[in-house]
Ligand binder design. Structure first.
Ligand code: FAD
Length: 466
């Protein structure tokens, strides 16, 4: 019975790659993934060359022991020569995300027939005495002894007001990641982007590249824009893991004090936030559920903009447009949408002054990021797993509830020893688990647990037979 991985984005590919390295005698692994290529997923399937990785290439290796693995491939494959803008004067490389996807896919291709790609959606998984049966959208049925769920991102979810007013209207782009959707926006269109994080920045970069010359307004309740990378690369700084904070208040105090301390030593806040990220699982693990909930409610927007940094080339496009008045970021809430002829009248309420104003836009694009809280309702596979009692959402609705070994917890509250979760949907248990370095390390831990289980099962089989 093979191991089956459902979802062949980066997480699924990384689990497969490391598992085959740990267990060279495995004949093959099945990956169920509807996309044509393994290793891309949502983030690295982006066709737009202006969508760049937001972490330098030297930190995006599939093999953490070989940090330059991707950077070296980038040069050797000729992709860096083909895109000189990817290379910064300080030596860092920020190629298109699609190039990173090509790298992962090339590594998977080297495994040849040891990877069996079922190009379909997994629609249902049922537990059997021998393991699991996976029903796929192409009519195929896969039997597996161990299953790894590596499904992750879901499209953004529109605020009720927006969906009610504009749902189905072609001028409202609800899924900015659908291929080619931004091409319909005219060059002089006045565009409203709902959301102000990395997805918003990608949309501005795409429009800019398409020759868009109109005004773009981005709106979010806090009006926070993702920060850039430090001018000089910084080392992680501070310690948040020794006697970790038990409350959000204490954590914030400690982070602020460390940022001040770093500044006194001439270091930027970037290194402090990087340390918070590296020590994230310990910090998260020390917070009771009530405090985790409080952290998500109050701190998440601030964390997201400091933690997820913007690629310098995209930052340049935003700054350039902001300087010439073609990009504005509003701190406001959405109050109303009305169709007025060819245009959409949008009412925004400024969060600082409380004053509302209405102006007309030609297009509205949703950029609120993946709606992971809807993963169980939007991905039929997860819905089926929940209905069968095999998996359930974590209490904070960040994804799938797992134990410390990343095994899915079923309706009975028990971890299933042969059903694992890889990637960001396991973050309810581990806290920060989104950026590629963390996702890679998590995939390796999952691969190691699966390898260990295969070993235990094999010795059980020998004992049963003897
Ligand atoms: C737009 C975007 C850009 C990002 N850019 C970066 C970056 O530059 N650097 C960085 O460090 N991090 C980045 N991230 C973070 C990113 O989430 C991780 O780096 C990583 O790509 C997560 O990969 P994944 O495989 O877990 O998820 P996904 O990419 O979502 O892959 C999941 C896969 O599962 C498949 N799937 C879903 N349901 C089913 C089903 N029922 N049956 C079969 N297959 C299914 C999907 O088709 C998909 O291919 C980005 C995230 C987003 C959303």
């Amino acid at each position: 019975m093979p191991v089956a991985i459902i979802g062949g984005g980066f997480s699924g590919a990384a689990v497969a790659w490391h598992l085959l390295r740990l267990r060279p005698e495995l004949s093959h692994i099945v990956i169920v993934e509807p996309r044509a290529e393994i290793g891309r997923g949502l983030a690295y399937g982006a066709a737009d060359p202006s969508h760049r990785i937001n972490v330098p290439a030297a930190r995006m290796s599939l093999i953490p022991d070989e940090p330059n693995h991707f950077d070296d491939w980038l040069i050797a494959s000729g992709h860096l020569d083909a895109d000189p803008a990817a290379h910064l004067a300080d030596g860092r490389n920020f190629p298109a995300r699609a190039v990173f996807g090509a790298y992962v896919n090339a590594e998977i291709a080297k495994l040849g027939e040891r990877i069996r790609h079922v190009a379909a959606f997994a629609e249902d998984v049922t537990a059997t005495p021998e393991g699991y049966t996976i029903r796929c959208s192409n009519g195929e049925t896969v039997h597996a002894g161990i299953v790894v769920l590596a499904v992750c991102h879901v499209p953004p979810s529109a605020p009720t007001l927006l969906e009610a007013a504009l749902g189905g209207d072609p001028r409202f782009i609800a899924n900015p990641w659908a291929p080619g959707v931004l091409d319909a926006i005219a060059r002089d269109a006045r565009v409203l982007i709902v959301g102000s994080g990395l997805t918003m920045a990608d949309i501005v970069a795409s429009l800019d590249r398409n020759g868009h010359r109109g005004e773009i307004v981005a709106v979010s309740r806090r009006g926070l824009r993702s920060r850039g990378h430090p001018a000089v690369p910084s080392e992680p700084y501070g310690d948040f893991a020794t006697e970790p904070a038990r409350t959000v208040r204490a954590l914030v105090r400690r982070v602020r004090a460390t940022v001040r301390e770093a500044a006194r030593k001439g270091k930027s806040w970037h290194g402090v936030l990087d340390q918070v990220r590296w020590q994230g699982p310990t910090i998260w693990g020390a917070l009771p559920l009530r405090e985790r909930r409080r952290l998500l409610r109050h701190l998440r927007p601030f964390w997201d903009v400091h933690r997820f940094r913007i690629a310098p080339q995209i930052e340049e496009a935003l700054d350039r447009r902001a300087a010439d008045g073609r990009f504005t970021l509003r701190t406001a809430s959405l109050r109303g949408f009305a169709k007025e002829g060819d245009r959409i009248a949008v009412t925004l309420r400024d969060r600082r002054t409380g004053v509302s104003d209405t102006s007309a836009f030609d297009a509205v694009v949703l950029a609120t990021g993946p709606a992971h809280g809807r993963a169980f309702s939007d991905n039929p596979l997860l819905g089926a797993l929940e209905a069968a009692g095999l998996a359930r959402p974590d209490p904070l609705r960040l994804g799938i509830e797992v134990d410390q070994a990343s095994r899915a917890i079923g309706a009975d509250g028990e971890a299933r020893e042969d059903l694992f979760v890889a990637g960001p949907l396991a973050r309810g248990t581990f806290g920060e688990l989104m950026g590629l370095p963390d996702v890679t390390n998590h995939a390796i831990r999952v691969a190691t647990s699966v390898a260990e289980l295969l070993r235990t099962n094999a010795s059980r089989l020998v004992t049963d037979k003897s």
